[in-house]
Design a binder for this molecule. Structure first.
Ligand code: IMP
Length: 182
């Protein structure tokens, strides 16, 4: 498939994503073999990662989604976390694995971990597809990490810029002209 004309560079290929999801899925399946696992996807961005990751799980699990917003249309974190859609299931006694598209400042995940423990979850761990190196304002314990990338804005595989580019099957860097024309 041709690379999208707005993408300057592909940073993680479709093959790398497939291979890494298989590895993470195997590790998670072993760790949760005898646990009541609830995978929580953070909408919208994590939907792509969650669906590929869970296809690689051999343990039993259920899925729920939460929608939070920490960004407006721009590409800078506002630091404000708002719940746009809450969970449908109680967390009491559940072993929660949060599937997140990217760990940037860490503000969103810090909030969610505290929130889920407050609802009585037995444990809360995180699987992040991308960790942005050196971007964290909050110390976050990441159990499963797909890829460590430089601290720059990326799109694709669920990650958007002004709601666009989520469907790209790879993760890449946008051309700076895209921001200048925004
Ligand atoms: P954090 O709270 O700063 O860690 O980031 C929370 C959310 O911001 C992520 O789940 C993404 O939805 C969004 N985000 C952070 N960095 C990027 C990026 O490089 N591209 C697209 N979205 C991003």
């Amino acid at each position: 498939m041709a690379i999208h004309p707005d993408i300057e560079k592909v940073l993680v290929t479709e093959d790398q994503l497939r291979e890494r999801n298989a590895q993470l899925g195997a590790a998670i399946s072993a760790d949760y073999a005898d646990k009541d696992l609830l995978v929580i996807g953070v909408l919208k961005g994590a939907a792509w990662f969650l669906s590929d990751l869970t296809r690689n799980l051999s343990c039993d699990f259920t899925v729920d989604y939460m929608a939070v917003s920490s960004y407006g249309a721009a590409h800078k974190s506002s630091g404000v976390v708002r719940i746009m859609k809450d969970l449908e299931v109680p967390l009491e006694g559940r072993h929660v694995l949060i599937a997140e598209d990217i760990l940037d400042t860490g503000l969103t995940l810090k909030y969610l971990v505290r929130n889920f423990l407050g609802r009585g979850a037995a444990s809360v761990e995180i699987a992040a597809c991308v960790l942005k190196e050196g971007a964290q304002e909050e110390a976050i314990d990441l159990r499963y990490v797909g890829f460590v990338l430089a601290n720059e804005f990326v799109v694709g595989y669920g990650l958007d810029y002004a709601q666009r580019y989520r469907g790209l099957p790879y993760i890449g860097r946008l051309r700076s002209s895209v921001y200048q024309n925004a």
